[in-house]
Write a new protein. Structure first.
Length: 338
């Protein structure tokens, strides 16, 4: 009898695409193992281009948790990733699952019998999951369990060179609308630098934004993971929103200026900073954000400065966790804990 996975998550204009992005890594890995897998997503139509060749249904389960009972059977293994689900929601989903697997790197809710995944850098050195240490839960904590999409697991050919090209990635929906002012500031103050921008599928009024950006930068729209990887490797430095993209950049050894755009990114940023991925943090709430970033770009012009960060990134084993996680899940299933 094969494992049947239902991946329950959220994404779209209001949520961003971070959770869907990392769930797709598991979807593809489960599928490659021959398992039956599908997704149930609380979201809007903006996520559809992101889900090519995957089985999914859009269902507003956050509005009515009971709707999930129509799509989940008692024999299903539920893989859950949500930054907004309440404890009550989570308790219900855990109660209707055969085996419950959850990525919980922010709210750190309470669980009774779950495989809990949190690859926040250095989280294993904290007490963030102390309340879930018992004989029934299994905790997989730390960067050794980090998971990336397949293209970012390929060997990186990045090499440090003079600062001529930068890439700006403000997430799938650019919820803080930082792209345009960032490009405008850099184009004005660092005019010798060639700028490329990735616009995600969830950006509102993308055509209008593209028109405003035209002439100041190269625009890439709705790129897939492989194309994004190539653009990262072709850049001398990347300015990126916090979250999963930072782990992808770190795996490629690309020096990065990180910007926190939501509260749940603070631990990822500070943990990666402690590991030497960068030496300064930025937040969308700062009134002088764009001038600070321009100043940081100038500081990072010297090749040796960026080489130091790239070499620090080479020493980290980022994105290698999916086999460990899947092996653990299979062991839980085979041991009859489902």
């Amino acid at each position: 009898m094969t494992l049947k996975f239902k991946i329950v998550t959220e994404g779209g204009e209001c949520f961003g695409l971070g959770s869907i992005s990392r769930c797709l890594s598991f979807y593809d890995a489960f599928k490659s193992k021959g398992y039956d897998v599908s997704m149930v997503i609380h979201g809007d139509q903006s996520v559809v281009p992101f889900l090519s060749n995957r089985r999914f249904v859009l269902l507003n389960w956050l509005d009515d948790i009971g709707l999930l009972s129509e799509y989940i059977n008692e024999s299903d293994t539920i893989f859950f990733d949500s930054l907004t689900a309440t404890q009550e929601d989570t308790d219900y989903i855990e109660s209707i699952s055969s085996l419950f697997i959850v990525i919980d790197d922010y709210l750190r809710r309470r669980y009774k019998h779950a495989v809990i995944i949190d690859w926040t850098a250095n989280v294993e050195k904290t007490n963030k999951h102390q309340h879930n240490i018992n004989g029934s839960n299994l905790l997989l904590l730390g960067i050794e369990y980090s998971v990336l999409r397949d293209p970012f697991l390929e060997e990186s050919n990045y090499h440090v060179s003079d600062l001529h090209r930068i890439l700006i990635i403000m997430g799938g929906s650019d919820i803080r609308q930082l792209t345009l002012p960032l490009v405008t500031c850099i184009n004005r103050e660092q005019s010798d630098i060639e700028i490329s921008v990735i616009l995600g599928p969830g950006i509102i009024d993308k055509e209008k934004m593209s028109q405003k950006l035209s002439g100041m930068c190269h625009i890439y729209d709705n790129v897939d993971a492989a194309a994004m990887r190539d653009l990262m490797l072709q850049s001398d430095l990347v300015i990126s929103a916090g979250g999963q993209t930072l782990y992808e950049l770190a795996a490629l050894h690309v020096p990065t200026i990180p910007i926190q755009i939501v509260d749940n990114q603070s631990e990822d940023l500070s943990g990666l900073k402690d590991l030497g991925c960068f030496d300064e943090l930025f937040s969308w709430t700062e009134s002088d954000l764009f001038s600070r970033i321009s100043k940081k770009l100038e500081e990072l012009r010297p090749l040796e400065k960026r080489k130091m960060f790239s070499e620090a990134l080479m020493s980290l084993q980022i994105g290698k966790g999916i086999e460990k996680i899947i092996n653990t899940i299979e062991e839980e299933y085979l041991n009859g804990n489902n």
